[in-house]
Design a protein around this ligand. Structure first.
Ligand code: PEP
Ligand code: MG
Length: 875
């Protein structure tokens, strides 16, 4: 079996075997790009390594040695040779990109002898010893597990002792002193001599990379990005080229297009006389790429040409790492560049216009979840903004939150529901949980491609980097900008699109959709075969939904209209009413209010279907909390025993007690309310039909769909349908205005799905209420499960996903399929949709398409996402 591949033996289809980076290196080698030669050890070798109890097998070892020989032949250099030594990098490379999560060793092959050869060959002693000490430092940290702190401290002491401020002041002799000191650290910490045999170094490094697959940050990253633990990492061994060989050398990263805006222009940054990690680590602030055009025009031209070649070949925006060694350009790696949602849309649309990809490919290029970024708020242009300072605009969007200085704190406060902004000198992969918890991240060091920036863009969070005027004092938990002091917990607002930081909160505005965004969604609409509606309970949301392209309202929860603070007292009086007459009086007041809302919604939807659900929650939800009421009553009994207020509160308390249930979610709610208090449903139907009449009279068409919740038996629906029809008939004949309307039900308890053929006899449509259907199918309380045990279930992989977020195809999905099939058996044209939260989640949308539903319905802000996801499901 083959475990080791020379770069010219692989290609881009071999990601699973060679990892993303290895497959790319192979592909680039084959297109003829200037890639330093090397070989890749397969992911299988990594998995075998773990299976064998962390042991590299003899077969793998042999194949590595053979590949090494071939590499030596090709480069004309030899590992450990004292005249022309080969130096290599050893890097991880998993199937899915995990930037910065695993380990890398550079300059491997350096030892006390080869360093002299490097000095001679490069005519640069200082460089040779600097490289050697970098190698010792990196190898000791990554492979031997010694904290970098010891090396940094020693270097700092040496600098101080010699009266230097910065590293470039150290001479070759100084570096030799540092090397001796470093070796002593290794001996002290690990009780071994620093390994001098380059082959031994190589195998130790390969092991370390395998081991880094299971370091803490890699595990967390995989959990967040849902990457399976079983994939393993490949290891790339590649001959080194040097960006720190003087002022005609350098290193950098470049995107073939702007990853923030999508603009078609080379974008990136570089450092002269530096190694790759200097750019990524953000220790020195790099130069913008266009400066290279002036500094080294030929190299810049070659870089541009290479980028064009890459885009043509990969048909996507590329993120490349390059090194210039004494005026010669080398490409170290390329991958599809991570990008903001704005850039993703812009690039996808531009590439269609440029004839590089077709429309369907463009649709598939944009992650629906990512669209959230475009739909989120920005700082109101007209609001007064007084920037305290400005950094690099690393990831767009705006955020307001309390300042914290540490990832653990961010996580802690985040858990408590607080909005925080993580402010750090720089972030490292160890801070990943802080990036997750924070609203936004600000760093004082590092460029647009630093860790903080890359991670934030991936997560769609606002981020500002390299804000060097920010002086962070981690010890005293504060930062200063000039004379201004900002303490831990102070509120700031950041604008990730401009890089500005402001004190306090600022007015935000809702987003506008770009022309490219609308165009891409219009392509999606042409492709998709499933409708997209919105859940909206008021005219404002309905208008937003319509603007976002909703083809109707899939769920109007009428109880939300009752929750309005002005209305709730009337709702309470209605519930407290002792007799029908009293109740009727309050219902008449509510009727007028609901009717007004329905009119607004019908008008906003301009003739598209509007699905209105009659009252669903248990009555007690409209009454005050029992405990609080008890306290008030007790107080009044002491202070005002004869007051009418006390009498009123006591009456309320009695009613609250009467309505209390052990399992309200399984209690007197849904159509069970309509059957016990038909006058409530009748009022609602009257309000709907009245509104429809009014709007019809204005010349605007209406398509009401009246929905009965929580039906489990056909007889429940039969009764309610009769009530709806009789009431509608009364209104229509009284007004003389007639129009079509539908009566249907939610399918949200298992019995409804199991008897869908019977229920369809009484229904014009089914709408799957997958929130309740998930609750009742699993028997998980939707209000408690997530906090109590579901989190652990998911962490421990008892369940693959949170079923309240991602539809459980196996169980709940089976009921949906059964419901659709049985329902359509009775009524071939039965309309079907989904209105649970799942209607706005991409995997669930795909399922709904496959199950043959007519539409999905989700919150207005998720409508664009759903349109795109629906198209992707179809392609
Ligand atoms: C559902 O149960 O999925 C649903 C849409 O109704 P609600 O969330 O209002 O219970
Ligand atoms: Mg429900």
């Amino acid at each position: 079996e083959k475990y080791v591949y020379l770069f010219n033996e692989g290609n881009s289809d071999m990601r699973n075997i060679l990892g993303g980076k290895g497959a790319n290196l192979a592909e680039m080698t084959n297109i003829g790009l200037p890639v330093p030669f090397g070989f890749t050890i397969s992911t299988q070798a990594c998995n075998d390594y773990y299976k064998a109890g962390k042991k590299i097998s003899d077969t793998v070892e042999q194949q590595i040695l053979v590949a090494l020989e071939q590499l030596e032949e090709k480069t004309g250099k030899k590992l450990g040779d004292v005249t022309n030594p080969l130096l290599v990098s050893v890097r991880s490379g998993s199937v899915f990109s995990m930037p910065g999560m695993m380990d890398t060793v550079l300059n491997l092959g350096m030892n006390d002898e080869t360093v002299k050869a490097v000095a001679k060959l490069t005519n640069n002693e200082r460089f040779a010893y600097d490289s050697y000490r970098r190698f010792i430092q990196m190898f000791s940290n990554v492979v031997l597990g010694i904290d970098l702190f010891y090396f940094e401290q020693f270097l700092e002491e040496t600098r101080e002792k010699k009266g230097y401020k910065v590293d470039p002041e150290l001479t070759a002799e100084d570096w030799q002193e540092v090397i001796a000191g470093y070796k002593a650290i290794v001996k002290r910490q690990k009780k071994i001599e620093f390994p001098q045999n380059p082959q031994e170094q190589l195998f130790l490094a390969i092991r370390a990379v395998f081991d880094s697959w299971n370091n803490q940050r890699a595990i967390v990253y995989r959990r967040i990005h849902k990457i399976p633990d079983s994939l393993g990492t490949a290891v790339n061994v590649q001959s080194m080229v040097f960006g720190n060989m003087g002022n005609d050398s350098g290193t950098g990263v470049a995107f073939t297009r702007n990853p923030s805006t999508g603009e078609h222009q080379l974008y990136g940054e570089y450092l002269m006389n530096a190694q790759g990690e200097d750019v990524v680590a953000g220790i020195r602030t790099p130069e913008a790429i266009h400066v290279l055009e002036k500094e080294m025009p030929d190299v810049y031209k070659k870089l541009l040409a290479t980028c064009q070649l890459l885009e043509k070949h990969y048909q996507d925006m590329q993120d490349i790492e390059f090194t210039i060694e004494r005026g010669e350009l080398f490409i170290l790696q390329t991958r599809n560049g991570k990008r903001t949602a704005q850039a993703a849309v812009q690039i996808a649309v531009d590439m269609v216009r440029e004839g590089i990809i077709d429309k369907e490919t463009a649709i598939l290029r944009v992650d629906p979840e990512q669209l959230n970024q475009l739909l989120h708020r920005r700082i109101d242009q007209t609001a007064k903004r007084v920037p305290l300072t400005k950094g690099l605009p690393a990831s767009p969007g705006a955020a307001t939150g309390a300042v914290v200085f540490d990832a653990d704190e961010a996580e802690q406060l985040g858990k408590e529901g607080k909005k925080v902004i993580l402010v750090r000198p720089e972030t490292t992969p160890d801070d990943i949980h802080g990036n997750v918890a924070a609203e936004a991240v600000v760093t004082s060091r590092g460029g647009m491609t630093s860790h903080a920036a890359v991670v934030a863009r991936g997560m769609g969070k606002a981020c500002i980097c390299g804000c060097e005027s920010l002086k962070i004092d981690l010890k005293n938990k504060l930062f200063t900008v000039g004379d201004t002091v900002v303490n831990y917990g102070d509120i700031i607002t950041i604008d990730g699109s401009t890089g500005e930081i402001m004190l306090g909160g600022i007015a935000m505005i809702e987003p506008q959709l770009s022309e490219e965004f609308k165009l891409l969604l219009s392509w999606a609409d042409q492709v998709r075969e499933i409708g997209v509606r919105a859940n909206a309970d008021n005219p404002v949301d309905a208008r937003k939904a319509f603007e976002f392209g909703a083809g109707g309202i899939g769920l109007c929860r009428t109880e939300h209209m009752f929750m309005d603070p002005k209305r709730i007292p009337i709702v309470q009086s209605m519930i407290l009413a002792e007799n029908y007459e009293d109740r009727k009086g309050f219902l008449d007041q509510l009727l007028i209010m609901q009717q007004g809302d329905f009119e607004g919604i019908f008008e906003a939807m301009e003739g598209h279907p509007v699905n209105i659900r009659l009252l669903d929650p248990p009555m007690h939800e409209f009454l005050p909390d029992k405990e609080e009421l008890l306290v008030e009553v007790t107080k009044l009994q002491l202070t005002a025993p004869d007051s009418p207020e006390l009498a009123e509160k006591e009456r309320l308390l009695k009613k609250v007690n009467q309505l209390a249930e052990f399992n309200p979610m399984l209690g007197h709610r849904g159509c069970r309310l309509g059957i016990i208090y038909p006058e409530i449903y009748e009022m609602q139907v009257r309000a709907i039909i009245n509104a429809a009449v009014k709007v019809t009279e204005k010349g605007i068409p209406v398509k009401p769909e009246i929905m009965i919740p929580l039906v489990g038996h056909v007889n429940e629906l039969k009764r309610m349908r009769q009530l709806v029809e009789e009431t509608a008939e009364q209104v229509m004949s009284a007004t003389g205005v007639y129009f079509d309307y539908l009566v249907g039900t939610m399918i949200e308890v298992p019995r409804a799905a199991l008897t869908a053929d019977r229920i369809a006899e009484q229904a014009d449509f089914f709408s799957f209420g997958t929130n309740d259907l998930t609750q009742t199918t699993f028997g998980f309380s939707r209000d408690d499960a997530e906090g109590k045990f579901l989190q652990t279930y998911i962490e421990q992989k008892v369940l693959p996903e949170n079923p309240f977020a991602v539809l459980d195809r196996e169980g709940v999905g089976k009921l949906i399929e059964m419901g659709v099939t049985l329902g359509r058996k009775t009524k071939r044209n039965l309309k079907t949709g989904i209105c649970g939260e799942h209607g706005g989640e991409k995997s669930s949308i795909e399922f709904c398409y496959l199950a043959g539903l007519d539409y999905v319905s989700c919150s207005p802000y998720r409508v664009p996402l759903a349109r795109l996801a629906a198209a992707q499901a179809t392609i």
